[in-house]
Write a protein of this length. Structure first.
Length: 336
């Protein structure tokens, strides 16, 4: 079986050049790349991951840490990252941190022990100081959904505050003046930011914020269910509901129906994320689009650019949410 050394000798180039060709580096002249590929063909050489790792001192693998492995949101993110990296011959190793500081750190240490060339992290529990220190180490770090100023170029974020604002504004513009909110966990930055946007919209339109119409959830369907039960138990009137993600909105709508409310005639509901099932709900759910698949793709491109020298890739670091209006919202005049 031919070896990488034989390929380099036949092509008349260095091992480093063969490595760059094997790893699809842009820093190889076309005629040199052709010579190396011709030598590989003549020798019947087929690079494998071990050979590529030996040649480049890289594992050609990228570690990904997400809060959870279940649910549609992170599934789309993981799929887009894997697809972008696979197109360039790289592979992924995945772990879950469960939004717990100890578990996030354990997962990061595990991924580092696997000799990953870079880490893509969607984390909340570890501190900014921890992540900043980590980013100064030998393994490059890319963050999704979180902004740390000193590593801004390696953060892929969305304006969560504006998303919360858009959700509330969309209901107010339909005539709703009594709004409730099932927020995300307020110890998380995205939960706080979405609630802040919700409150900004109320203030902008001269509406009072009623703390009794806030239920704090945890982004799981069960917390949407519990949150809606708590809101109804207050006896406060509300005709519009903003949920900090679509899964909680689904749980809230189920409770509303059990209590005899018709969506949207009695209650208009807006979710957040715009995951795939929202368009199949009955009625279809209005939602704030969170392009997590595009954000995952951008995180992968950051790695490809910074680690694997793919300098020609276009990268967007900051995304703006958009309202997708569907049948779960209607004008207050029709809401009774």
């Amino acid at each position: 079986m031919a070896t990488i050394y034989e390929v380099a000798k036949l092509a008349g180039v260095s091992l480093a050049t063969v490595s760059r060709v094997m790893n699809d580096s842009d820093k190889v002249k076309p005629q040199t790349r052709e010579k190396v590929q011709l030598a590989m063909d003549q020798l019947g050489y087929r690079p494998n991951s071990i050979a590529q790792s030996l040649a480049s001192n890289r594992s050609n693998s990228v570690g990904i840490l997400v809060p959870e492995l279940h649910g549609p949101f992170f599934g789309f993110m993981l799929s887009s990252i894997e697809e972008e990296l696979r197109a360039h011959g790289k592979h992924v190793i995945i772990s879950a941190g469960h939004s717990d500081e100890v578990k996030e750190k354990e997962s990061i240490e595990f991924l580092l022990s696997r000799k990953c060339d870079a880490l893509i992290l969607h984390v909340f529990a570890v501190t900014n100081e921890y992540v900043s220190q980590l980013s100064r180490g030998a393994v490059p770090i890319v963050l999704i959904g979180r902004l740390i100023p000193e590593m801004m170029d390696n953060c892929i974020t969305i304006d969560n505050e504006y998303g919360g604002y858009l959700a509330a504004k969309s209901l107010i513009e339909l005539g709703h003046t009594h709004l409730a909110c099932i927020s995300g966990p307020l110890w998380k930055s995205d939960g706080r930011e979405r609630l802040s946007g919700f409150r900004r919209a109320l203030k902008e339109y001269g509406l009072d914020y009623n703390p009794r119409l806030l239920a704090e959830g945890n982004y799981q369907e069960s917390s949407g269910t519990k949150g809606m039960e708590l809101l109804l138990a207050t006896g406060e009137r509300f005709t519009g509901l903003v949920c900090a993600n679509d899964v909680m909105a689904a749980g809230a709508i189920a409770v509303a129906r059990r209590n005899g409310l018709v969506i949207p005639d009695d209650l208009s509901v807006v979710g957040f994320d715009n995951v795939f099932f929202t368009r199949y709900m009955h009625p279809a759910l209005s939602s704030i689009d969170y392009p997590i698949d595009d954000m995952g793709r951008m995180a992968a491109r950051c790695v490809l650019r910074n680690v694997y020298q793919k300098d020609d890739l276009r990268i967007i670091n900051r995304f703006e949410p958009k309202l997708v209006r569907r049948a779960s919202t209607t004008g207050v005049a029709q809401s009774g």
